[in-house]
Design a protein around this ligand. Sequence first.
Ligand code: SPV
Ligand code: MG
Length: 541
Amino acid sequence: MKKTTRFRKLLESDTLEFMCEAHNGLSAKIVEEAGFPGIWGSGLSISSQFGVRDSNEASWTQVLEVLEFMSDVTTVPILLDGDTGYGNFNNMRRLVRKLEQRKVAAVCIEDKLFPKTNSFVRGTAQPLADMEEFCGKIKAGKDAQGDDEFSIIARVEAFIAGWGLKEALRRAEAYHKAGADGILIHSALGVADEVLAFKKEWGGRSPVLIVPTKYYSTPTGVFRDYGFSVLIWANQILRSAIRAMQKTAGILKSEETLTAVEDKIAPVKEVFRLQGMDELETAERLYLPRQGENTAVVILAAARGKDLGVLTENKPKAMVEIAGQPLLAHIADAYNAAGLKDITVVRGYKKDTVNLPNLAFADNDAYADTGELYSLKAALDTIREPRDLIIAYGDVLVRKYILQILLESAAPFTIIADTNWQEGVNRNRFADYVECSEALSRRTFNSVVTLKRVSTPADILECGRIHGEWVGALRVTADKFAVLRSTLDGILCEPKNRNAEMGYLMNALVRRGEAVRVLYTTGGWLDIDSVEDILLAGSFA
Ligand code: SPV
Ligand code: MG
């Protein structure tokens, strides 16, 4: 049901209905949750939450902004306290159109002069609007509304200004004739006499609304018996918030600790609930790319890196500084940038120096006489549930796109091979050269290339068979987690394999009949084996 329709139903229902004040999105939501079928957008409260006076100091468009937030987070109708309509008939027309755009159901205007003063501030000194002029304003508003069920309430301030019942009735009648959908009769007395007298005379000519802020001691049943249409609690949410804020601020200032307030204020999770964080989380699952979210990364960083000499005397290679931060931090940054946040680093040599934030650690304390697979086992032992995995070297810098290519692969096992492998040969070191089902060519664009063999120290690949160099990252999908684990255990149960490296594992997987997908690339990575590499890495990072 439209909000305008819902407000009309409240206005025209034959029982007394209650509306409650709100002054921003949060309070509007709270009022709706409390069960109120409608919200009073109080001028006093909205100006107060801005910290200004209820004297049209906040511009009407600033009020409108607040109304928009209130309307967006609620489903019940809002009746705006529109003061005097913020100008003449012309301003009123524009106000009505803007309110309708924001799904505000109704506006109440009072017959005073702009800039208005709150009715409880020297009321009898307040001049009333010219009655005819005010009728024109009502008519203009009614003619401006696009939705037939938008409502305009005319607020009669005759009692406030000290003019008495006769004037109140005369004005109410004129406003009714001008098209007002209801009359709000206001009074600043501590008893309800004025509004009761008015209602008695007015009868059922049109719905009557009241604001019993001052005559609050009158039992609500009296208003019910008199047949008032809507009762408005006009400022109590604001006033209770003021008291609570003053109290908490005072305690915090004097006690200088949260312990005195923590269990007396709303928990942060209540703030999140009111903000609708649940919905956002659901939407994120629906709309945000989730690449990498379920992937755990294992970085093998237990080795010292002897070839770096004094640089690794007191820390492992992974912690050697490159461009101002440890190699491992650069590696973690690249993985983070690809959406990979769950990173376990296997430490060994000088493990206490490997202590970067936001990383998990597993230790291979036997690093001195074991190899990479032994370290991998230490990491897998910390990962209980089957997960997608990326196993990577702790001395290899990679560009983010390399990781993205790896993550996009649908294959159960995937590696990246650099076709520019000849460069490495000149560097006179052992490298993870790979022989594949096919060399890179135009044909491989459409075919699935798989791994045949990785060069290992015990079984070095001859030059003629090399198709690329493994860049040091293997991706395994969760459904092959068990295969990976059992292959690894099978290797490590043999004492002679204590020193086995990653190439050995990949060859074992191939021998078991697993297809290890190879994606070719050129460059985009750098392994750090020498002091010269560190210098190169500075510009890479
Ligand atoms: C308001 O809530 O701003 C009102 C009602 O206009 S009163 O303050 O009682 O005049
Ligand atoms: Mg007001």
